[in-house]
Design a protein around this ligand. Structure first.
Ligand SMILES: [Zn+2]
Length: 371
């Protein structure tokens, strides 16, 4: 069967060169869509506008998806929209822009190098949404920086990659790094929390309660605070579609998202109800990791609440431990100091396995290797 392997390898190379996708990601494009046991079969669940999935199998206009963390079913693809992804987005001029910005911030220790990153999606303003895959062994940790671009956390992600290039032996497992989730907010003259369409990305993720709660709670609880605008519909922003695509494709056993300036570590994983024995074991491990992280790095570990459309709530729904690390300030002159206090704890977190089941990577991706 060796020739078969060679054939598929060649096919993948041809496909990637031609800009063909390695996975079909779709968005639900109607308010409510039934999930069925098989095409035209019995209803087994529902999905909602803005929810995003990978099509695992296709059959006469129907697509098989993982619609909950442990359940699969079929939906009619005519009520979905395919995500536009392109394997060949130029990163070179983007890196030049970033490096100018880093110079302005006097971030002397970091540089954006085109060869370090890949991108298959773009922001509202057309900037590449860059990420990289480092390390081989599963499971995967997903690390996100600059969801809110006025918090200056991109430094932590780039500095970490630089250290990994110098000392690859520090990493036992795979980490996927997305260093600048909100590039449009970062490249503005005055950096913004929100993206180019003035949406708070951490209120726009497709949580199940979004359609009936997001705009209402924004108006009632947050007095329509512009910094927390959740958007018109769930997951309307390409930056969030990028994040969900990474989560769905790499199936991480934990996500670490770096923010500022609240100075704590927060863990979101399980709702108190509907948990099973396995999940409670993962929770214990996840909490032990948070306690250790907190001791080493001196970030207070607390149980902060989640919000409609936030990553924490999405993680609870998908049973993925989400660590939100809030740096003490957005002061960019302290970025290197913060990195030094964090780096050891971050590596420990990457190297801890929380959930053995989360080892399957759903679709192949073009791997980056450490140079
Ligand atoms: Zn933030």
């Amino acid at each position: 069967m060796k020739w078969m392997k060679i054939f598929f390898l060649l096919l993948m190379i041809v496909c990637s060169q031609a800009g063909v996708l390695w996975a079909k990601s779709i968005l639900v494009h109607t308010n409510i869509l039934n999930v069925r046991h098989q095409p035209e079969g019995n209803k087994i669940g529902r999905v909602y506008r803005g929810e995003q999935f990978i099509v695992l199998q296709e059959q006469k206009g129907w697509g098989k998806i993982r619609f909950l963390y442990d359940q699969h079913g079929w939906i009619s693809l005519q009520y979905t929209k395919r995500l536009v992804q392109n394997a060949k987005i130029s990163i070179q001029s983007f890196c030049q822009k970033l490096n100018q910005e880093f110079d302005q911030l006097q971030w002397k220790n970091i540089r954006c190098h085109e060869k370090d990153w890949q991108a298959n999606m773009q922001s509202v303003n057309g900037n590449p949404l860059i990420y990289t895959v480092v390390g081989k062994q599963l499971p995967v940790t997903l690390l996100l920086c600059s969801v809110h671009s006025d918090e200056n956390t991109t430094y932590q992600c780039l500095r970490l990659l630089q250290l990994l290039h110098q000392q690859p032996e520090l990493l036992d497992h795979r980490v996927v790094i997305a260093p600048l989730v909100n590039p449009d907010g970062f490249l503005k003259k005055y950096k913004t929390r929100t993206n180019a369409r003035k949406v708070d990305l951490n209120r726009n993720l497709p949580t199940k309660d979004w359609r009936f709660k997001a705009l209402k709670s924004w108006r009632d609880r947050y007095s329509s605070n512009k910094r927390r605008y959740p958007g018109n519909t769930a997951n309307s922003e390409p930056e969030n579609q990028f994040v969900i695509d990474l989560v769905q494709r790499f199936n991480p056993d934990k996500v670490i998202s770096i923010h500022a300036p609240m100075n704590f570590l927060d863990l979101d994983y399980l709702d108190s109800s509907k948990t099973n024995q396995k999940q409670r074991i993962v929770l214990k491990k996840a909490e032990a990791l948070a306690v250790r992280f907190s001791k080493e790095s001196r970030y207070k570990f607390l149980n902060y609440r989640t919000f409609v459309g936030s990553l924490g709530r999405y993680g609870k729904e998908w049973k993925i431990p989400i660590y939100t690390l809030e740096l003490p300030s957005a002061d960019y002159t302290k970025s290197e100091f913060y990195f030094q206090t964090l780096k050891q704890s971050l590596f420990h977190a990457f190297n801890v396995i929380l959930d053995q089941r989360r080892t399957a990577q759903i679709v192949p991706v073009k791997p980056n290797t450490i140079n």
